[in-house]
Structure formats: structure tokens, C-alpha cells
Design a protein around this ligand. Structure first.
Ligand code: IMP
Length: 453
């Protein structure tokens, strides 16, 4: 059995992403960073993620490639080799964060030189692919799958390529995607691709693409370097607090999610092992918490969830909990809590704890419906990640009493939570066989209660 390392925490989406991980990590890291050195590490995904952090002032900022630990002064932020990075969007994001945190951010963000690049060519290819295949339709359009596909096709561009800037390598990359896209009937240089800021930009000619990239690489190069040895040294020093901030959720994993709404990176805690080149094994991380919404589930994409809610309650929740995609602004589908699915995600995701968010999303006199089992033809069955299977299951529900949401949003300690909420939390924890380490009670940074600090 692997030895558990002190001061190590990982947070990942326990369902379909958008569970509120960003602010959970932000709260967690800011509490710890007061006392100890902190490293925040992100191992998967890229600009497809959307972590919204809301400040005391009411200001909201959606992060995509930077983990939310970046808002904690002094925390070292590592973008791991398991990520795919878009240089222009990353620079824009760093400058947004700088406008809030000041220039010191520059000294804390480090990019693993082996992280893979996700460029406008990938975004353009994905847009064209959408017209040809069902699978790409739900993607965020950020070129994530094509960038990961480059790895399997043995021709990824890495962050280190931005530093050395071998023009021929980037030229070959551009020509490869131009040829693919031309084979599909489009012209790479005249395609528009989305940017973080919302505008669409033209990919442009090979020369324009190379010039833009060259300019971006000169700004990004200072952040890029060797992180392996530093990571190894810090990991063995147990005084350093490690926080692993994952993106997306286990329900979006290409192996464990439901097609076509799956993403390309390893969204399980196992992904940390490959991103850190074996330095950090998930078994050694003391707390591996799945972040889930306490009273309901939400998802973007085309999947039909077995526990989809009736629209009257779903639309109420959507407005109250702001259930619109942080990256694409799409309205999210809302479903009752589905314990068979969550059990499956926790097991394959190597989860050992829970964080429950949105504990304030309840309505007076409206009991909380929870699916505790699935049946097909009267026989109980487990969750399996195929739409054709899920279309056949009949969810079995129980109803639990709701509570006073105002009391929850004002609670500062576990003891101040209403008894019905505590009973509900105990029920979920027992059913999933996992301890709860934190709950959030409203959207503000301070509306969070640590259960087992
Ligand atoms: P991709 O990650 O852009 O390839 O998109 C694949 C699928 O994952 C789509 O259904 C997306 O909506 C979904 N997805 C990707 N990232 C996120 C996220 O951070 N939150 C929720 N869904 C996501």
C-alpha cells in the first residue's frame, strides 16, 4: 500500500463538470496558504474548462487554463504536462488575473515544458469536423480533442517548442492541418476560430499564423521550463501543501462517460500520475475529493440523463444557481441526484472524499428527490456508461425533506446548518461510502464550511 503524503489534496468533478470546483479550491488554498507554502497543480484539459470564482466585491471571473489557486497570493501554480495549452488565450487570462492580483502573478505561474499546445489550427479543424461527425458536435470548440489526438498520432507540439521556436516545425504543423481541412472541403486560412475574449479571429495565412505564434511565444517563454525536479523535491517535503485542481468531471471521461459528450483528457485522479511522470500516485494523495452538487446534477451536451427533472423545477434551479456553461454559455440540463451514476464515477475516478456544493439550492415545501437505484424489467442494475443502456433504466427515487435555504446561506459552522440538511448530508455520505470534507452554502468565497480540516 502506498504511503499517504501529508498535506495533499485533490479536487475533481464528481459528475459532468461545472460542479463549482474553482471556488472550492480557491477557498481551500486561501485558508492553507496563510500558514504554509502551497503548490497548486493542474494536470488535465485546457481552455475547455470554466472555473468561475466570485469575489467579495461581487466581481466574477471565469478561469479556463489557469487553476483557481492563482488567486491566492504566494501559491505556486503549475500547469502540468497532461494539459493542452492555447498560448493566446493563456496570455489573455494571465493578464486578466494580473489586473486583479498585480504583477506578482508572473513569478508564480510555471508551465511544464512538456505540456502540449492546442492552437488555432486545432480549433479550426474541430469546427470543420463538427459538420462531419456526431461526436464533435457537443465539444466546446476549443480544439481540445485534436490537440490530444496529436499525441496519439505522434506529432504533438509542446510548450518547449514555443521556446526553441523551430519555424519549420510549426510550418509543417500548419500545412498538415491545412491539408486535412482542405480534404474536408474548407480552407484553413479563411476559417474563424473562437478566442477567450469572445471574439472570433481569422486563422489567416501560414505567415500570419507563424508571426502571431512567434509574438506569443516571446511573452509566454518566461513561464515555460523544466518542472520535474522541482516537483519531485516539493513532493517529498511534506511541509509543502499540494493541491491538485482537475478540470471537467469523471462523467466526461472518454472511457467512463457517455458518447458523444466526452472529453479527451484523463479526468480521473489517475491522470495526475501520468501528468507528473509518476512522481505523484493518486493513492498517496490524502484527500481525493469529488466535487458534486448537493441536491441536483447538471450537464451540458446532448446526453439524456435518466433522472432528468421536469422543466418547471429545472428552470427555477437554472436561474437560481446560474446553470449556464462558463465557457460556452449554453443552458445546462438539470437532473435529480443520481446515486448509481455517482457511485460509478467515484469508483473509476479513484475518489475517497466528497465536497458538496450548492447546499442552498432547495425550495420550501419541495422535497428533494434522489435516485437510489436503477431497475430494468424489475431487476436492479448498476450504472453503465452507454446511452442505449441508460434509456432503458427506470430510476428508483426516495424523497427527503428540504430545509431553510436562508439558514444554510448564513451558516458559518456545521452546527449552524439546519438538522434536515445535516440528515441529508449523512444520507449521501453513507450511500456513497465517502466522508464529506466541505460544503458550500452560497456563491461567495466565504460561504463554505470545512468539515474535516
Ligand atoms: P471538449 O472538451 O471541448 O472536447 O468537449 C467534449 C465534451 O465535454 C462536451 O460535451 C463539452 O460540453 C464537455 N466539457 C468539456 N469541458 C467541460 C467543462 O469544463 N465543464 C462541463 N463540460 C465540459
Amino acid at each position: 500500500m502506498a504511503k499517504v503524503r501529508k498535506n495533499s489534496f485533490a479536487f475533481g468533478g464528481g459528475a459532468f463538470g461545472d460542479e463549482g470546483k474553482g471556488r472550492v479550491v480557491d477557498k481551500f488554498v486561501s485558508d492553507f496558504a496563510k500558514k504554509k507554502p502551497v503548490v497548486v497543480y493542474r494536470d488535465n484539459g485546457g481552455s475547455n474548462a470554466g472555473h468561475t470564482v466570485e469575489f467579495e466585491s461581487g466581481e466574477r471571473l471565469a478561469l479556463h487554463q489557469l487553476p483557481s489557486g492563482v488567486f491566492v497570493p504566494k501559491a505556486i501554480v503549475l500547469l502540468g504536462r497532461g494539459m493542452v495549452l492555447h498560448p493566446a488565450d493563456l496570455l489573455a487570462e494571465i493578464s486578466q488575473v494580473e489586473s486583479i492580483m498585480g504583477e506578482e502573478v508572473k513569478n508564480r505561474v510555471q508551465i511544464d515544458e512538456m505540456a502540449v499546445l492546442s492552437l488555432d489550427t486545432h480549433r479550426a479543424f474541430e469546427a470543420v469536423l463538427k459538420q462531419w461527425q456526431e461526436g464533435g458536435r457537443g465539444a466546446t470548440g476549443r480544439g481540445i480533442a485534436p490537440a490530444y489526438a496529436d499525441i496519439l498520432l505522434r506529432h504533438p507540439l509542446r510548450a518547449s517548442d514555443l521556446v526553441s521556436f523551430d519555424k519549420e516545425k510549426f510550418r509543417a504543423h500548419f500545412r498538415f492541418y491545412a491539408a486535412l481541412i482542405s480534404g474536408l472541403g474548407e480552407k484553413l486560412e479563411s476559417l474563424l476560430v473562437p478566442r477567450l475574449t469572445g471574439e472570433k479571429v481569422l486563422v489567416g495565412t501560414e505567415k500570419e499564423f507563424l508571426d502571431r505564434l512567434k509574438e506569443e511565444s516571446s511573452h509566454l517563454a518566461p513561464y515555460i521550463g523544466e518542472t520535474f525536479e522541482k516537483l519531485k523535491k516539493n513532493w517529498v517535503d511534506e511541509k509543502v501543501v499540494f493541491v491538485f485542481e482537475k478540470a471537467q468531471g469523471v462523467g466526461l471521461d472518454a472511457r467512463y462517460g457517455v458518447y458523444p459528450d466526452v472529453t479527451a483528457s484523463d479526468v480521473t485522479f489517475r491522470g495526475i500520475f501520468s501528468s507528473t511522470e509518476g512522481i505523484v500516485s493518486p493513492e498517496e494523495i490524502a484527500v481525493r475529493a469529488a466535487v458534486i452538487k448537493a441536491t441536483y446534477m447538471s450537464s451540458v451536451g446532448s446526453r439524456n440523463l435518466p433522472t432528468e427533472m421536469e422543466e418547471s423545477l429545472a428552470s427555477r434551479i437554472r436561474e437560481d444557481a446560474h446553470e449556464y456553461g462558463a465557457t460556452t454559455k449554453r443552458p445546462r440540463g438539470i437532473a435529480y441526484l443520481d446515486l448509481p451514476a455517482l457511485k460509478f464515477f467515484a469508483r473509476v475516478g479513484e475518489v475517497n472524499a466528497l465536497v458538496l456544493t450548492h447546499l442552498d439550492i432547495v425550495y420550501p415545501g419541495v422535497p428533494i428527490k434522489v435516485c437510489t437505484a436503477y431497475k430494468i424489467d424489475g431487476q436492479e442494475v448498476s450504472y453503465r456508461p452507454y446511452q442505449s443502456f441508460l434509456d432503458k433504466v427506470r430510476p428508483q427515487y426516495i424523497e427527503l425533506p428540504s430545509w431553510d435555504c436562508r439558514k444554510v446561506s448564513q451558516a458559518k459552522t456545521r452546527e449552524e446548518l439546519p438538522q434536515e440538511a445535516l440528515n441529508f448530508l449523512d444520507f449521501i455520505s453513507r450511500e456513497l461510502g465517502l466522508p464529506i470534507v466541505m460544503v458550500t452554502t452560497g456563491p461567495k468565497r466565504e460561504q463554505a464550511i470545512l468539515f474535516n480540516p
